[in-house]
Design a protein. Structure first.
Length: 263
C-alpha cells in the first residue's frame, strides 16, 4: 500500500476503493490509500434508477469514488460513484499509478542505500513535493535530466544519484506532440527549391536531444510541422523556432510565409 498522508480522507477527496460486500442498500468498500471501510449507498451509485446495484459494481472491483462525509469518531465514510466524472476518474487512476511507481523507486533505493523506507520516504517527500509538486514528478525530472535537480532541491548527492539511477530504470518519460501549419509561397523561377530549402532549415534547427521535428505537405502551399518533445513548454519553443526559421528562409528568396498553430 502507498503510504497515506493522513489517517482519514476529507470531504470532496477522490479515493480508490476495493468493493468488499454488496447489499441491497449499497456496497461496503475498503479505501486502498487509508485502510478504512466506507459505504457507497445505492442512492449514490447512479443518477438514474438503480434496479440492481450489481449492474454497476461487483465484489473485488476497484472503483474511484468521491468522499461525501467523514465521521472519524464513528468510523463512517460515505462515498459516491455518480458524482465522479470520467475526467476525474482518469486523473485519479493516473495519480495512483504514479504514486505506486514512486513508492517502488523509493523502496529500491531504501534497499540499495540500506536506509529504512520510512526514513527515506520522510526525507525525500517534503523536499521533492515542495520543489516539483509531487514525488513522481521530481523523479521523472531526475530520470530526464540527471540528479542535479534533486540535489538543488536539497537532497544529499548520494541519495539523489541513487534515486535517479532507479528512476531511469522504472520511468519512461511521457512525450507530447503538437503541430502547426506553415504556408509557404514563392513565385520566383526557383520557388520550389526555395520552399524545400525553407523546410530543410526548419528541420535542422538546434533542439534538445530527444525532441523530434516532422514536416510534410498537406496541400501546397500548406505544410504541417509536428514536434515531439518531453513537455509542452519545450515543444512550443521548438515549434515556434522551426516556423520562424522556415519563414525567414522563404522570405530571403523572395517568397512569403505564415504560420498557424494547430489545435
Amino acid at each position: 500500500m502507498v503510504i497515506k498522508r493522513a489517517e482519514w480522507p476529507e470531504s470532496g477527496d477522490l479515493v480508490i476503493a476495493s468493493v468488499q460486500r454488496i447489499m441491497d442498500y449499497g456496497a461496503y468498500v475498503t479505501l486502498d490509500e487509508y485502510g478504512k471501510e466506507g459505504l457507497l449507498h445505492v442512492s449514490e451509485v447512479s443518477s438514474g434508477w438503480v434496479r440492481n446495484i450489481r449492474q454497476f459494481v461487483r465484489e473485488g472491483q476497484k472503483v474511484v469514488l468521491k468522499v461525501l462525509r467523514v465521521d472519524a469518531e464513528k468510523g463512517h465514510v460515505d462515498l459516491s460513484l455518480r458524482r465522479v466524472s470520467r475526467q476525474e476518474r482518469r486523473e485519479k487512476i493516473l495519480s495512483s499509478k504514479m504514486e505506486k511507481k514512486a513508492e517502488s523507486i523509493l523502496r529500491s533505493v531504501s534497499e540499495r542505500l540500506k536506509i529504512p523506507f520510512e526514513e527515506l520516504h520522510n526525507k525525500t517527500r517534503g523536499i521533492v513535493e515542495e520543489k516539483f509538486g509531487g514525488v513522481y514528478e521530481g523523479l521523472e525530472k531526475a530520470a530526464r535530466e540527471g540528479p542535479d535537480p534533486l540535489v538543488e532541491a536539497g537532497l544529499p548527492k548520494d541519495m539523489a544519484t541513487a534515486l535517479t539511477e532507479v528512476a531511469r530504470d522504472k520511468i519512461k518519460p511521457q512525450m507530447v506532440k503538437i503541430k502547426g501549419i506553415l504556408e509557404l509561397k514563392c513565385m520566383k523561377p526557383n520557388g520550389i527549391l526555395g520552399i524545400k530549402e525553407a523546410l530543410l532549415n526548419a528541420q535542422k534547427i538546434d533542439k534538445p536531444k530527444d525532441t523530434r521535428i516532422r514536416l510534410y505537405a498537406v496541400a501546397a502551399p500548406k505544410y504541417a510541422v509536428e514536434v515531439l518533445a518531453e513537455d509542452y513548454k519545450e515543444a512550443e519553443k521548438v515549434l515556434q523556432k522551426a516556423a520562424e526559421m522556415a519563414i525567414q528562409a522563404i522570405m530571403k528568396v523572395g517568397g512569403t510565409g505564415s504560420f498557424q498553430r494547430g489545435k
